[in-house]
Design a protein around this ligand. Sequence first.
Ligand SMILES: N[C@@H](CCC[C@H](N)C(=O)O)C(=O)O
Length: 275
Amino acid sequence: MPTHFRKMHGLGNDFVVIDEREYPLNLTPTRIAALADRRRGIGCDQFVTLSPATITEALAFVRFFNPDGSEAGACGNASRCVASLLAAETGNTELTIQTRGGLLKAHVRPADEEGRATVTVDMGRPRTDWQDIPLAQETDTLRLPLEGEPAALSMGNPHATFFVEDLAEAERGPALEMDPLFPDRANIGFARIDAPDRMRLRVWERGAGFTLACGSGACAAAVNAARRGLAGRRMTVEVDGGEMLIAWEANDHVLMTGPAQLAFEGAVDLKAYPE
Ligand SMILES: N[C@@H](CCC[C@H](N)C(=O)O)C(=O)O
Protein backbone atom coordinates (compact mmCIF):
# COMPACT_ATOMS: atom_id res chain seq x y z
CA MET A 1 0.00 0.00 0.00
CA PRO A 2 1.70 3.27 -1.09
CA THR A 3 2.30 5.88 1.60
CA HIS A 4 1.07 9.42 1.06
CA PHE A 5 3.62 12.21 1.33
CA ARG A 6 3.73 15.95 0.85
CA LYS A 7 6.62 17.87 -0.62
CA MET A 8 6.85 21.31 1.01
CA HIS A 9 9.38 24.09 1.12
CA GLY A 10 10.26 27.28 2.94
CA LEU A 11 12.40 29.58 0.77
CA GLY A 12 13.58 26.58 -1.24
CA ASN A 13 14.65 24.53 1.81
CA ASP A 14 12.60 21.48 0.87
CA PHE A 15 10.98 18.70 2.85
CA VAL A 16 9.25 15.39 2.44
CA VAL A 17 6.50 15.41 5.07
CA ILE A 18 4.91 12.12 6.14
CA ASP A 19 1.95 12.05 8.47
CA GLU A 20 2.23 9.10 10.86
CA ARG A 21 -0.45 10.27 13.27
CA GLU A 22 -2.79 7.41 12.33
CA TYR A 23 -0.34 4.69 11.29
CA PRO A 24 3.17 4.60 12.80
CA LEU A 25 5.65 3.64 10.08
CA ASN A 26 8.75 3.10 12.25
CA LEU A 27 11.03 4.48 9.56
CA THR A 28 14.69 3.63 10.09
CA PRO A 29 17.55 6.11 9.46
CA THR A 30 18.61 3.93 6.47
CA ARG A 31 15.17 4.15 4.87
CA ILE A 32 14.89 7.87 5.59
CA ALA A 33 18.30 8.48 3.99
CA ALA A 34 17.26 6.50 0.89
CA LEU A 35 13.95 8.40 0.58
CA ALA A 36 15.73 11.75 1.06
CA ASP A 37 18.36 10.94 -1.57
CA ARG A 38 17.73 13.07 -4.68
CA ARG A 39 19.12 10.40 -7.04
CA ARG A 40 17.33 7.29 -5.81
CA GLY A 41 14.49 8.57 -3.59
CA ILE A 42 11.98 11.43 -3.49
CA GLY A 43 14.73 13.86 -2.56
CA CYS A 44 14.73 16.61 0.06
CA ASP A 45 16.88 18.67 2.42
CA GLN A 46 15.02 17.32 5.46
CA PHE A 47 12.61 14.47 6.04
CA VAL A 48 9.78 15.36 8.42
CA THR A 49 7.38 13.09 10.28
CA LEU A 50 4.22 13.91 12.23
CA SER A 51 3.14 11.61 15.04
CA PRO A 52 0.64 12.10 17.89
CA ALA A 53 1.67 14.78 20.38
CA THR A 54 2.29 13.68 23.97
CA ILE A 55 1.09 17.06 25.28
CA THR A 56 -2.57 18.06 24.83
CA GLU A 57 -1.91 21.64 23.71
CA ALA A 58 0.19 20.48 20.72
CA LEU A 59 -1.39 19.31 17.47
CA ALA A 60 1.43 16.94 16.52
CA PHE A 61 4.87 15.71 17.50
CA VAL A 62 7.12 16.77 14.65
CA ARG A 63 10.51 15.15 13.98
CA PHE A 64 13.18 16.39 11.57
CA PHE A 65 15.74 14.16 9.85
CA ASN A 66 18.66 15.14 7.67
CA PRO A 67 19.35 13.32 4.39
CA ASP A 68 22.16 11.39 6.09
CA GLY A 69 19.49 9.88 8.39
CA SER A 70 20.54 11.87 11.49
CA GLU A 71 17.84 13.53 13.58
CA ALA A 72 17.82 17.25 14.37
CA GLY A 73 16.13 18.87 17.37
CA ALA A 74 14.96 21.84 15.30
CA CYS A 75 14.24 22.94 11.75
CA GLY A 76 12.87 26.43 11.34
CA ASN A 77 11.67 26.23 7.75
CA ALA A 78 10.00 22.84 8.24
CA SER A 79 8.31 24.14 11.41
CA ARG A 80 6.70 26.91 9.34
CA CYS A 81 5.63 24.36 6.71
CA VAL A 82 4.10 21.97 9.25
CA ALA A 83 2.33 24.87 10.98
CA SER A 84 0.78 25.93 7.65
CA LEU A 85 -0.30 22.33 7.01
CA LEU A 86 -1.93 22.01 10.45
CA ALA A 87 -3.57 25.41 10.08
CA ALA A 88 -5.13 24.31 6.77
CA GLU A 89 -6.28 21.08 8.42
CA THR A 90 -7.78 22.60 11.58
CA GLY A 91 -8.66 26.15 10.57
CA ASN A 92 -6.61 27.40 13.55
CA THR A 93 -4.30 30.29 12.82
CA GLU A 94 -2.63 30.05 16.26
CA LEU A 95 -1.28 26.62 17.03
CA THR A 96 1.40 24.69 18.88
CA ILE A 97 3.63 21.90 17.66
CA GLN A 98 5.83 19.64 19.77
CA THR A 99 9.42 19.02 18.69
CA ARG A 100 12.45 17.40 20.32
CA GLY A 101 13.75 20.95 20.85
CA GLY A 102 10.59 22.04 22.69
CA LEU A 103 7.03 23.30 22.16
CA LEU A 104 6.77 25.85 19.34
CA LYS A 105 3.88 28.30 18.97
CA ALA A 106 3.01 29.47 15.47
CA HIS A 107 0.87 32.14 13.90
CA VAL A 108 -0.23 31.34 10.34
CA ARG A 109 -1.50 34.03 7.92
CA PRO A 110 -3.71 33.09 4.95
CA ALA A 111 -1.97 31.82 1.83
CA ASP A 112 -1.56 34.07 -1.24
CA GLU A 113 -2.72 33.12 -4.80
CA GLU A 114 0.36 30.93 -5.20
CA GLY A 115 -0.48 28.99 -2.04
CA ARG A 116 2.33 30.59 -0.04
CA ALA A 117 1.42 31.21 3.60
CA THR A 118 3.38 33.57 5.81
CA VAL A 119 4.10 31.97 9.15
CA THR A 120 5.66 33.24 12.37
CA VAL A 121 7.12 30.59 14.65
CA ASP A 122 8.27 31.30 18.18
CA MET A 123 11.51 29.30 18.08
CA GLY A 124 11.98 29.62 21.84
CA ARG A 125 15.02 30.87 23.74
CA PRO A 126 18.52 30.53 22.33
CA ARG A 127 20.79 28.50 24.62
CA THR A 128 24.27 29.93 24.91
CA ASP A 129 25.91 27.74 27.59
CA TRP A 130 28.71 25.64 26.09
CA GLN A 131 27.20 22.38 27.46
CA ASP A 132 23.83 23.11 25.83
CA ILE A 133 25.15 23.61 22.28
CA PRO A 134 27.05 21.26 22.93
CA LEU A 135 30.76 22.05 22.73
CA ALA A 136 33.52 19.63 23.65
CA GLN A 137 35.11 21.97 26.17
CA GLU A 138 34.23 24.90 28.39
CA THR A 139 34.71 28.06 26.34
CA ASP A 140 33.30 31.53 25.71
CA THR A 141 30.47 30.87 23.23
CA LEU A 142 30.68 34.44 21.92
CA ARG A 143 34.12 33.71 20.44
CA LEU A 144 34.99 30.08 19.88
CA PRO A 145 38.67 29.13 19.70
CA LEU A 146 38.56 28.54 15.92
CA GLU A 147 40.05 30.64 13.12
CA GLY A 148 37.54 33.46 12.52
CA GLU A 149 36.17 33.21 16.10
CA PRO A 150 32.54 32.28 15.39
CA ALA A 151 29.78 32.69 17.99
CA ALA A 152 27.80 29.60 18.93
CA LEU A 153 24.41 28.76 20.37
CA SER A 154 21.65 26.19 20.25
CA MET A 155 18.20 26.85 18.81
CA GLY A 156 17.31 23.25 19.69
CA ASN A 157 20.14 22.30 17.30
CA PRO A 158 23.80 23.41 17.30
CA HIS A 159 24.90 26.47 15.33
CA ALA A 160 28.14 28.41 14.92
CA THR A 161 28.06 31.74 13.08
CA PHE A 162 31.11 33.29 11.43
CA PHE A 163 30.90 37.01 10.69
CA VAL A 164 32.64 37.56 7.36
CA GLU A 165 33.18 40.19 4.69
CA ASP A 166 33.27 37.60 1.93
CA LEU A 167 30.70 34.77 1.76
CA ALA A 168 33.20 32.68 -0.23
CA GLU A 169 34.48 31.73 3.25
CA ALA A 170 31.48 29.40 3.42
CA GLU A 171 33.64 26.81 1.67
CA ARG A 172 35.07 26.11 5.15
CA GLY A 173 31.65 24.74 6.21
CA PRO A 174 32.15 21.02 5.50
CA ALA A 175 35.37 20.79 7.55
CA LEU A 176 33.96 22.92 10.39
CA GLU A 177 30.82 20.79 10.72
CA MET A 178 33.15 17.94 11.78
CA ASP A 179 35.45 19.98 14.04
CA PRO A 180 36.19 18.14 17.32
CA LEU A 181 34.89 21.21 19.19
CA PHE A 182 31.39 20.09 18.11
CA PRO A 183 30.74 16.60 19.56
CA ASP A 184 27.31 16.45 17.84
CA ARG A 185 28.67 18.22 14.72
CA ALA A 186 27.15 21.66 13.99
CA ASN A 187 25.40 23.82 11.43
CA ILE A 188 27.91 26.40 10.23
CA GLY A 189 26.65 29.87 9.24
CA PHE A 190 28.55 32.59 7.38
CA ALA A 191 26.97 36.01 7.86
CA ARG A 192 27.82 39.30 6.24
CA ILE A 193 26.30 42.25 8.10
CA ASP A 194 24.99 44.73 5.51
CA ALA A 195 23.20 47.09 7.95
CA PRO A 196 22.19 47.00 11.63
CA ASP A 197 18.91 45.38 10.54
CA ARG A 198 20.05 43.32 7.57
CA MET A 199 22.41 40.44 6.91
CA ARG A 200 23.26 38.04 4.10
CA LEU A 201 23.65 34.45 5.27
CA ARG A 202 24.79 31.10 3.90
CA VAL A 203 24.57 27.98 6.03
CA TRP A 204 26.37 24.69 5.65
CA GLU A 205 23.82 22.42 7.33
CA ARG A 206 24.84 19.49 9.46
CA GLY A 207 23.91 16.26 7.70
CA ALA A 208 22.58 18.09 4.64
CA GLY A 209 25.17 20.49 3.14
CA PHE A 210 24.38 23.92 1.69
CA THR A 211 20.66 24.60 1.46
CA LEU A 212 18.78 27.55 -0.02
CA ALA A 213 17.64 28.57 3.46
CA CYS A 214 18.13 27.52 7.08
CA GLY A 215 15.54 28.93 9.47
CA SER A 216 17.23 27.92 12.72
CA GLY A 217 20.51 29.15 11.21
CA ALA A 218 18.92 32.53 10.49
CA CYS A 219 17.71 32.73 14.12
CA ALA A 220 21.16 31.76 15.39
CA ALA A 221 22.95 34.27 13.13
CA ALA A 222 20.62 37.13 14.10
CA VAL A 223 20.96 36.40 17.83
CA ASN A 224 24.73 35.98 17.55
CA ALA A 225 25.00 39.28 15.64
CA ALA A 226 23.08 41.06 18.41
CA ARG A 227 25.13 39.33 21.14
CA ARG A 228 28.29 40.54 19.44
CA GLY A 229 26.95 44.11 19.17
CA LEU A 230 27.06 43.94 15.36
CA ALA A 231 23.33 44.49 14.82
CA GLY A 232 20.01 45.22 16.50
CA ARG A 233 17.50 42.62 17.70
CA ARG A 234 15.27 42.68 14.57
CA MET A 235 16.87 41.68 11.33
CA THR A 236 15.99 40.79 7.79
CA VAL A 237 18.09 37.76 6.99
CA GLU A 238 18.67 37.24 3.29
CA VAL A 239 19.51 33.69 2.26
CA ASP A 240 19.92 32.13 -1.20
CA GLY A 241 16.17 31.36 -1.33
CA GLY A 242 14.80 34.72 -0.15
CA GLU A 243 14.25 36.56 3.12
CA MET A 244 13.17 35.86 6.70
CA LEU A 245 12.46 38.35 9.46
CA ILE A 246 14.02 37.44 12.79
CA ALA A 247 13.14 39.24 16.02
CA TRP A 248 14.90 38.48 19.30
CA GLU A 249 12.25 39.67 21.72
CA ALA A 250 12.76 41.23 25.15
CA ASN A 251 11.45 37.98 26.72
CA ASP A 252 14.45 36.20 25.09
CA HIS A 253 12.26 34.31 22.59
CA VAL A 254 13.21 34.33 18.92
CA LEU A 255 10.41 34.93 16.42
CA MET A 256 11.04 33.77 12.87
CA THR A 257 8.72 34.93 10.07
CA GLY A 258 8.84 33.59 6.53
CA PRO A 259 6.93 31.71 3.84
CA ALA A 260 5.73 28.11 3.75
CA GLN A 261 4.47 26.35 0.67
CA LEU A 262 3.11 23.01 -0.48
CA ALA A 263 4.86 21.99 -3.73
CA PHE A 264 3.06 18.71 -4.54
CA GLU A 265 1.65 15.53 -3.01
CA GLY A 266 2.44 11.97 -3.98
CA ALA A 267 2.62 8.37 -2.86
CA VAL A 268 5.63 6.15 -2.34
CA ASP A 269 6.12 2.42 -1.88
CA LEU A 270 8.26 2.36 1.28
CA LYS A 271 9.16 -1.31 0.77
CA ALA A 272 11.13 -0.31 -2.34
CA TYR A 273 13.66 1.35 -0.01
CA PRO A 274 16.12 -0.48 2.26
CA GLU A 275 15.25 -0.78 5.94
N1 LIG B 1 16.93 23.46 7.49
C1 LIG B 1 16.85 23.64 8.84
C2 LIG B 1 17.73 22.95 9.81
C3 LIG B 1 17.71 21.42 9.65
C4 LIG B 1 18.47 20.65 10.69
C5 LIG B 1 19.96 20.85 10.67
N2 LIG B 1 20.57 20.42 9.44
C6 LIG B 1 20.58 20.12 11.88
O1 LIG B 1 21.11 19.01 11.72
O2 LIG B 1 20.53 20.67 12.98
C7 LIG B 1 16.19 24.91 9.31
O3 LIG B 1 15.45 25.50 8.53
O4 LIG B 1 16.34 25.26 10.48
